[in-house]
Design a protein around this ligand. Sequence first.
Ligand code: DX5
Ligand code: ZN
Length: 225
Amino acid sequence: MAVQISPSILSADFARLAEAAAAVPNADWLHVDVMDNHFVPNLTLGLPVVESLLKATSLPLDCHLMIEDPDRWAPAYAEAGAGSVTIHAEAAKAPVRTLREIRAAGARAGLALNPATPVEPYEDLLGEIDMLLLMTVEPGFGGQRFLDMVLPKIRRSRELIDAHGGRLWLQVDGGVSEHTIERCAEAGADVFVAGNAVYGADDPAHAVDVLRSVAGKTGQDGENG
Ligand code: DX5
Ligand code: ZN
């Protein structure tokens, strides 16, 4: 598993998003949190901002949709050119159709689970997705404390993914820092979202390097190739 770092612009200055993207040229993705004030109690940005960001950076966008009715809205993010579009299992009414539409539009399809949502009911969906996102905080805000209670689910998800051929990525999002990333990597995560840990740092690019090296030291490279 190659470690990938996806800095979350939720912790950046929303008036300077192009600069926030330029500050992390060593990142693999730029994580874009779309919140609608209904699925989560916070409101951020939507498709017009994503379209502008796509023109402002060469980093691929990792769009995390924390919105109601993702079946209606998600495909447009893929059509706009996002590299990855993730919908929440708790919000989607027709996840198979929506995930297929995301893929058909040329993006990687992701499925996100809140901390209290078990992974097992979604095992049959693993063939429909390119990434499973496990929230390690309740979604809605940056800078929250990492929830250790999710670690066993990360492990169980890694086992399920490996049983399915190990092709899809396992992302963690929420409270990921140089102090918590090691636990996530050990449990089997390979894509790490970090908001506060990157944009709260004096040098965001250096923070990305630190996260990558801490995760890389402890990942399951030996076991999973
Ligand atoms: C929270 C968002 C996260 C958030 C993570 O609902 O999905 O992507 O930006 O921020 P940190 O890393 O600060 O917990
Ligand atoms: Zn997110």
